[in-house]
Ligand binder design. Structure first.
Ligand SMILES: Cc1cc2nc3c(=O)[nH]c(=O)nc-3n(C[C@H](O)[C@H](O)[C@H](O)COP(=O)(O)OP(=O)(O)OC[C@H]3O[C@@H](n4cnc5c(N)ncnc54)[C@H](O)[C@@H]3O)c2cc1C
Length: 397
């Protein structure tokens, strides 16, 4: 399952070419349109091949880029969600405030017609097919799809969030789950709704959905969201093989990730390179080992193609890639190293605590050195519960 040309190239050079192509004024004018000049940076940002600070400094060196520029604000959304996640931790999996309907009003399984992209609503079916083929989706299409799932079909936001995250190449728990909550109205002041007119304004003609189930007025959509109208009808039952399931809980066997073992690490300065910091190389490391923590991946399965993408991205930098079912085995394999470092990231928060503890159990084992990636925005304390509150209180670092 190679990474083909429907997916962006998993290399630092490709990330840099994507950066170089950013046109901030075209972005500001067109970013809400599906054909707009969006950056395509999210797979590189999610996997730490570049940082928000890299993006800002690269663009600001070539263009005027005030803090209020829409590109900086959008980078801010990513940082805001990471900020909220750092405070809420596992709370991102629970509704942060009551939504328009009681939790029990929403289904907790994904309807088969949505998962297969055969709802009969052209915009939704296009969005699902794009997600399946490219692992990516324009922000506006993510909003429409999430709104259709939660408010149109009355499926719980967490069910939708897990489903979308499993298919995304740029899947980031904070941006994804909190965006779904934002659409649901459980992390925002009101539910987000859309309609066929909105699709016609921002999507190419092939997506237009006039005359379909979403062709309602905004007051009608409000009534849908608040349960005063019945949920939208489902599409036909898809064929059994309509959605081949390539979502997996561990690296595909052909990538040959091994259990931790003790190669000659004695005296080495080892960096543990994980999927969310692939490009953040510790200059002091004498050897780098790719690691993926089984506990996390069992809870958050991914598309097999994403494993291939990450594997390709890691390969130039690593001497081995380890799949880690037991943190104690990792610590055992690292015990003879002279130093162990890892880049901090929300996805690795629990793992970093566990690795640190496990290393302490070995007399003479190195302490875990945690590297903080460069921040673009100054930290905000205590937690800001909305983007606007966070934006007022932060500044460019
Ligand atoms: C339901 C839903 C789920 C989402 N899930 C994810 C996810 O799992 N991973 C992810 O990276 N983004 C997610 N987003 C945010 C956004 O849709 C993507 O970051 C964006 O579409 C990526 O395309 P781009 O890089 O061309 O974005 P651009 O518009 O070019 O923006 C540049 C960068 O700014 C950040 N950004 C822009 N808009 C947003 C936003 N609304 N929220 C957070 N960050 C933003 C991203 O890092 C993006 O790469 C989600 C949005 C919604 C509505």
């Amino acid at each position: 399952m190679p990474t083909d040309n429907t997916w962006p190239n998993p290399s630092r050079e490709a990330a840099e070419a994507t950066l170089a192509a950013i046109n901030p004024s075209a972005y500001a004018r067109t970013r809400n349109h599906l054909s707009g000049a969006v950056t395509g940076l999210s797979p590189y940002l999610t996997h730490g091949m570049i940082t928000l600070a890299d993006v800002y400094h690269h663009v600001a060196a070539r263009h005027t880029l005030p803090r209020e520029h829409s590109l900086v604000r959008e980078l801010g959304w990513r940082a805001f969600f990471a900020h909220a996640w750092a405070h809420l931790q596992d709370g991102i999996h629970q509704s942060q405030r009551p939504g328009p309907l009681p939790e029990a009003a929403y289904a907790t399984t994904m309807p088969a017609d949505i998962a297969a992209g055969c709802t009969g609503v052209t915009a939704i079916d296009h969005a699902v097919h794009t997600l399946h083929t490219t692992g990516l989706l324009h922000n506006h299409a993510r909003l429409w799809l999430a709104s259709y799932v939660v408010h149109g079909r009355r499926v719980h936001w967490h069910t939708g969030a897990r489903w979308m995250h499993s298919l995304l190449l740029d899947g980031d728990l904070a941006s994804n789950h909190l965006s779904w909550q934002w659409v649901a109205g459980t992390f925002s002041s009101k539910p987000y709704v859309f309609n066929a007119d909105n699709v016609a304004q921002f999507a190419p003609p092939a997506w237009h959905s006039r005359g379909s189930a979403i062709d309602l007025s905004y007051p009608d959509w409000q009534q849908l969201a608040t349960g005063q109208r019945p949920a939208l009808p489902c599409g036909p039952t898809p064929a059994a093989n309509a959605t081949p399931d390539h979502v997996v809980t561990q690296p595909p066997p052909e990538l040959n990730w091994q259990a931790p073992s003790a190669p000659p690490l004695r005296g080495q300065r080892v960096q543990l390179l994980h999927p969310w910091a692939v490009g953040q190389l510790d200059p002091h490391a004498s050897c780098r080992i790719g690691v993926a923590m089984a506990a996390w991946h069992h809870a958050h399965p991914w598309h097999a193609r994403r494993w291939h993408w990450i594997h390709h991205a890691m390969q130039p930098h690593t001497t081995a890639c380890w799949w880690v079912p037991h943190v104690a085995d990792l610590a055992q394999a690292l015990a003879q190293a002279s130093e162990v470092s890892v880049v901090a990231n929300g996805h690795m928060r629990a793992a970093i605590t566990a690795i640190r503890q496990a290393l302490l159990a070995h007399a003479g084992a190195p302490r875990l050195r945690v590297i903080e990636p460069p921040a673009l925005f100054a930290p905000v304390q205590p937690m800001a519960r909305s983007f606007s509150a966070w934006w007022r209180r932060t500044q460019l670092a």
